[in-house]
Design a protein around this ligand. Structure first.
Ligand SMILES: O=C1O[C@H](COP(=O)(O)O)[C@@H](O)[C@H](O)[C@H]1O
Length: 261
C-alpha cells in the first residue's frame, strides 16, 4: 500500500483556523460517539489550549455544529510533574482557557489529571497515568495500544510534541503507553508523556501551529527527513494526521497545502 501523506491545512489567521479546527473536532467527536458512545481525546499544553478554546467556545451555527462536552473524556498528551494549580501544569492551562468557561451542564464526563501524590517519583506517576488509560480503554493484556479518537497536539520550536524531544531515547520506547522524562530540555524537566506508538495509533492526530516563530521548524518537519518527533508522527500516521496552521507558521514551506472542505 502506498504511504499516505499528512494533511496540511493553512489559514490566513487564527480565526479562520479555529473555525476549521472546530469542524474537524466535531467530526471526530461524532465519529467517536457513534463508535463507542464517548469521545476520547488527549490534549497538549503550550499554545494549544488557547486556540482550542477559540474553536470550541464559539457559538453553534446549527444542529450539525454542536460540541457535546458531556460525552468527552479528556486526557493529557503530556503533563508536567507539578501540582495541578502550579503555573506549569498543562491541566491548569486547559482549565483556565476552556474548562472554567463551560457551563455547569456542559462539563466533560471525565478530565483525567495526573495523580499528584506521586510527584516525587515520576516512574510511578507515569505508571499511574497508564493505569488511568487502562481503566478507560482496556487492559494491557487485551489491547496492544489504546486508540484515542483524537489527539490534539502542539509542535515546539525544536520540533518536539507531547514531551517527546528531538534525539531523546524516549522516542525509541516501544512498550510503555505513558513514560516519564526527567531531563526535558524545556522546563520543567520532570514530566510524563504518551509514547510515540500511542500517539501514532490514534484514529486521528491534529497538530496546531501558529506564528512566524514556528516557520523554520515547520520547514524542517515538512521539507526534510529530519527525524524530529513531529516528522516521526507524520510518517507513521500519514493521512490520519492533520496540521492546522496559519500562513506565518508555514512561510517558505514547500510541502503542498490541502483545502479544508
Ligand atoms: O512543553 C510543551 O510544549 C509543547 C509545545 O508548546 P507550544 O507552546 O510551542 O505550542 C506542548 O505541545 C506540550 O504539551 C508542552 O508540555
Amino acid at each position: 500500500m502506498p504511504k499516505t501523506q499528512p494533511n496540511l491545512y493553512a489559514f490566513p489567521g487564527v480565526d479562520a483556523l479555529a473555525q476549521a479546527l472546530r469542524a474537524y473536532v466535531i467530526q471526530s467527536q461524532n465519529a467517536g460517539i457513534e463508535r463507542h458512545g464517548a469521545f476520547k481525546v488527549a490534549v497538549s499544553g503550550g499554545s494549544l489550549p488557547k486556540t482550542l478554546a477559540a474553536a470550541l467556545l464559539a457559538p453553534s451555527s446549527g444542529p450539525a455544529d454542536v460540541v457535546d462536552f458531556s460525552k468527552w473524556e479528556i486526557f493529557f498528551a503530556d503533563e508536567r510533574a507539578v501540582a495541578l494549580d502550579h503555573e506549569d501544569s498543562n491541566y491548569r492551562l486547559l482549565k483556565a482557557e476552556l474548562l472554567d468557561k463551560l457551563p455547569a451542564d456542559q462539563q466533560p464526563s471525565a478530565v483525567h489529571t495526573i495523580n499528584t501524590e506521586h510527584l516525587d517519583d515520576i516512574q510511578e506517576l507515569a505508571d499511574q497515568y497508564e493505569q488511568t488509560l487502562v481503566g478507560s480503554f482496556a487492559s494491557r493484556d487485551s489491547v496492544r495500544l489504546p486508540i484515542f479518537d483524537l489527539l490534539l497536539l502542539g509542535c515546539g520550536p525544536d520540533g518536539h510534541t507531547c514531551s517527546l524531544f528531538p534525539n531523546h531515547e524516549l522516542l525509541r520506547e516501544a512498550d510503555a503507553w505513558v513514560a516519564p522524562i526527567e531531563d526535558s530540555p524545556k522546563p520543567p524537566p520532570k514530566r510524563i508523556t504518551l509514547t510515540l506508538p500511542v500517539v501514532t495509533h490514534a484514529v486521528r492526530v491534529a497538530f496546531v501551529a501558529t506564528g512566524a516563530g514556528k516557520a523554520s521548524i515547520m520547514k524542517e518537519i515538512f521539507d526534510t527527513s529530519s527525524g524530529l518527533p513531529c516528522t516521526l508522527v507524520n510518517e507513521a500516521a500519514g493521512d490520519r494526521c492533520s496540521w492546522f496552521v496559519d500562513e506565518p507558521a508555514i512561510e517558505g514551506v514547500g510541502f503542498p497545502r490541502r483545502a479544508f472542505l
